[in-house]
Design a protein. Structure first.
Length: 94
């Protein structure tokens, strides 16, 4: 979920969601998201504007690599959002 809690719109947002190493075959990216492999495997969304108070759910699907050890019971996902003003936010979920 990306949101703009401020009183002004966010312009020219670039959201980068790193694909965890344990996830294969990313598919079904919402809102025009695309897979990029340089500089890292990631899903990238370019959003021209997000209005003040607006929220947008961005999503994708992947397959957990069946060869990872059973002890690896957590996958951490990291995403960043940056707008034209230089505001840069990073979040993580496990």
């Amino acid at each position: 979920m990306v949101s703009c809690p401020s009183g002004v719109p966010a312009l020219n947002l670039v959201i980068r969601d790193l694909i965890p190493a344990q996830v294969l075959n990313p598919t079904n990216m919402s809102d025009g998201g695309v897979v990029e492999t340089i500089p890292a495997n990631q899903i990238v969304w370019n959003i021209s504007s997000l209005g003040a108070g607006e929220r947008r759910l961005l999503s994708w699907e992947g397959t957990v690599n069946p060869t990872i050890p059973a002890s690896a019971n957590q996958i951490t996902n990291t995403a960043t959002a940056k707008d034209v003003s230089g505001l840069n936010v990073q979040v993580q979920a496990t």
